[in-house]
Design a protein around this ligand. Structure first.
Ligand code: GLY
Length: 334
């Protein structure tokens, strides 16, 4: 090898090493297009979608409709979670959600794109699709989060329709609850089935969305984890994304979805990262046996993870054209 070739080879080897080390450390000094070839495993041309609960299957199908035609992950997650938001049989998300203990339906949602932009609304009333308001906050304002009357005002100024969201069914459930519950908000494991969704598009970019009516019969004004970036959902285009369901208070206290994404950044698989977050809740929260929390995650290779505190958590996963519901593994085995 002549001196010129030797110098060139040494230079290329050092650059390769630097890139590899930095990538593993989560510092990414290289462009998106190079990153995929260096990493060698980033999912290109293979849309992947994960969402919480069994009803995620219809949401995934709507998201895939967009991704299969080359649409982007942001449009996909918004369209996906709008399905349960519109579903009159879904009592934990969107227009047919159960109300708070004063009979008011108040909704929370957040969204995040491949560039780390984020939008969120919390404690919003009278708007059936809070996820689309969250997206408008992200795209049309200098802010990340709008709440309550301010969020409603912004929605109306931007063409969203004001509606009465309390369905007859939800009203009946609330009236039954009032008879037996002495105005005490519940924290049990079975009344907060949020939808969180992460999607990777054909270009290999990730986005996430999360939307809920929150804890049924909660105190008026209560906000859960779902609209809080890093708690209910987090996505980082260099790493992957995560979303949470279950008792929001428990998730907020450990910054759950951010914790999962950071664990993946530091080398954990999505499954290991979800398990670690659930174990953090167990470590930190004395009442963990009486609540439910579940996490889902995907990394940029399209690998998935899911884990919950107690039995019963399910998630929907769409990859290579197949859309299926899976039972999540869980901690509290009998
Ligand atoms: N995870 C939904 C909520 O607690 O509001």
């Amino acid at each position: 090898m002549n001196r010129r070739k030797f110098v060139l080879n040494t230079f290329l080897t050092s650059i390769g090493g630097l890139v590899g080390i930095n990538y593993l450390k989560g510092n990414n000094p290289i462009g998106e297009h190079l990153k995929s070839s260096v990493n060698g495993g980033i999912m290109l041309d293979n849309p992947t979608i994960i969402s919480t609960w069994k009803f995620g299957i219809e949401a995934n199908a709507a998201a895939y409709e967009i991704l299969s035609k080359g649409g982007n992950a942001l449009d996909a997650v918004e369209a996906g979670v709008r399905v349960p938001e519109a579903d009159l049989n879904n009592t934990s998300v969107g227009r047919a959600g159960y109300p708070d203990r004063d009979g008011k339906v108040t909704l929370d949602a957040c969204i995040m794109d491949k560039d780390g932009n984020a939008g969120s609304v919390a404690f919003i009333q009278h708007i059936a699709h809070p996820i689309s308001v969250a997206r408008a906050v992200m795209e049309k304002t200098p802010h990340v989060m709008l709440v309550g009357d301010g969020a409603l005002q912004f929605a109306l100024e931007n063409g969203f329709k004001k509606e009465e969201l309390l369905t007859d069914n939800a009203k009946k459930a609330w009236e039954e609850w009032k008879k037996k519950n002495n105005y005490t908000p519940p924290v049990g494991p079975n009344n907060h089935d949020t939808i969180g969704m992460l999607a990777i598009d054909k270009a290999g970019n990730i986005s996430g969305a999360c939307t809920t009516s929150g804890l049924a019969f909660k105190m008026h004004g209560r906000v859960g984890d779902s609209p809080i970036i890093g708690a209910g959902m987090y996505a980082d285009n260099n790493v992957g994304g995560a979303a949470a369901t279950g008792l929001g208070e428990a998730v907020i206290k450990i910054a759950g979805s951010f914790l999962v994404v950071e664990a993946m950044r530091n080398g954990k698989t999505p499954q290991e990262a979800c398990e670690m977050a659930v174990h953090r809740i167990i470590e930190k929260q004395k009442n963990y046996k009486d609540i439910q929390v579940g996490f889902i995650a995907i990394n940029k290779n399209g690998e998935r993870g899911a884990y919950s505190l107690v039995k019963g958590f399910q998630y929907a996963f769409h990859q290579k054209g197949e859309n299926k519901v899976y039972d999540s593994d869980y901690h509290l085995k009998e």
